[in-house]
Design a protein around this ligand. Structure first.
Ligand code: HEC
Length: 340
């Protein structure tokens, strides 16, 4: 399936994904409000509500910190770095022949040795000063195995500890970053309405912090392969916090669920996300929990770039989960995220 994803004439930062050709496909696309006419034009897009190609607008992700990944691509469509490399050679580079095993090994060795993190902060200075452990050198030495910090009795919510030594620093900027780190680990709120979490556990409200989902120590993606829907692809911005995000220039798909547990329901989303891989209505809008290093260098945020800066990300979460952050706490959290 993944090998059919291709870059096409509609251009822009988009992926073209075919409707899943499977008997168990649970949905049809009954309407597209399509500012770019890519999905709505049968030459480049859908040929019927259940066949053809869907164009979606997603940010490329950093080609770094790959040893920590538990899912490859936002929707997890590539099962391994080897398949990703092979597909990229065939599709993006348009090679007539797939790379041989030795070439794939070399690509994986090269890309797996790349680590990216903030090393310097304009206000706080060197992110390794006074016992702090920011920067890509420290990051490259962090051990990782899949599911290293699973939810449950042994879960450690203190996933970020790089700036522990800056707690109560006499330098106001360092102290702010350390407070932001503590908010990330410790500020608890009620996690509600997250498909892939609340529905799967059968708990309509789960107390947790930022690290409940961003739980790989010092890295911040989910330490196991899980896909969640916070509502960021929900159109037209119909969820709490949605008004702070810019979704206006994205297409809106009306998806009708024909079979399965959601049969008879409709969803409006800007991106079907994992559902285009599995064909399941339960996966509409789900993506992996993003990795949080090197954030300052790569706005805008979220899979669709709907948050132009880190302040908007924090404002979104504050509204979405009614966290009740003060202006100082928001500023501290932004200062911390910008050092990752
Ligand atoms: C319920 C799980 C969950 C919780 C709780 C959570 N996140 Fe996220 N986070 C995600 C998912 C899933 C994504 C990817 C969403 C998308 O792009 O559509 C994400 C994306 C992000 C991104 C964007 C990364 C990028 O590369 O674009 C940032 C920054 C972020 N989260 C910070 C936070 C902070 C700060 C908190 C606490 C206030 C928090 N998150 C709480 C699941 C969660």
């Amino acid at each position: 399936m993944s090998s059919e994803v291709r870059i096409g004439p509609c251009g822009q930062a988009l992926v073209f994904i075919p409707m899943p050709a499977m008997d168990s496909l649970q949905f049809s696309i009954t309407d597209v409000v399509d500012p770019y006419n890519c999905t709505s034009n049968p030459a480049t897009g859908l040929t019927s509500p259940t066949t053809g190609i869907v164009s979606e607008y997603r940010r490329p992700q950093p080609l770094a910190n790959l040893p920590f990944l538990t899912s490859i691509m936002w929707d997890g469509r590539e099962p391994s770095l080897a398949s990703q490399a092979s597909d990229a050679v065939l599709i993006h580079a348009q090679s007539a022949a797939p790379p041989v095993a030795d070439q794939i090994d070399q690509i994986i060795q090269f890309e797996s040795a790349l680590f990216a993190a903030q090393t310097y902060d304009n206000a706080a200075g060197d992110l390794t000063a006074d016992g702090a452990q920011g920067g890509s050198v420290a990051l490259s030495a962090i051990p990782f195995v899949s599911n290293i910090n699973p939810p449950g009795p042994s879960f450690n919510p203190s996933t970020m500890t790089m700036f522990f030594n800056w707690n109560n620093s006499p330098d106001a900027n360092k102290a702010s970053i350390a407070r932001g780190q503590n908010i990330f680990n410790e500020k608890s709120f009620a996690i509600t309405g997250v498909a892939g979490l609340n529905d799967v556990t059968g708990k309509s409200s789960i107390p947790g912090t930022c690290s409940a989902c961003h739980n790989t120590p010092q890295v911040g993606n989910h330490s196991s392969s899980e896909f969640l829907d916070l509502g960021i692809a929900t159109a037209p911005a119909a969820m709490a916090g949605g008004t702070s995000l810019s979704l206006a220039d994205l297409p809106v798909f009306t998806v009708h669920c024909e079979s399965g547990p959601f049969a008879g329901t409709d969803r409006q989303v800007t991106d079907l996300r994992r559902a285009l891989i599995t064909g399941q209505c339960a996966d509409i809008g789900k993506v992996k929990t993003a990795l949080l290093r090197n954030l300052a260098a790569r706005p805008p945020y979220f899979h669709n770039g709907s948050a132009p800066d880190l302040a908007t990300v924090v404002a979104f979460y504050d509204d979405r989960f009614q966290i009740g952050l003060t202006d100082q706490e928001k500023a501290d959290l932004v200062a911390f995220l910008a050092t990752l």
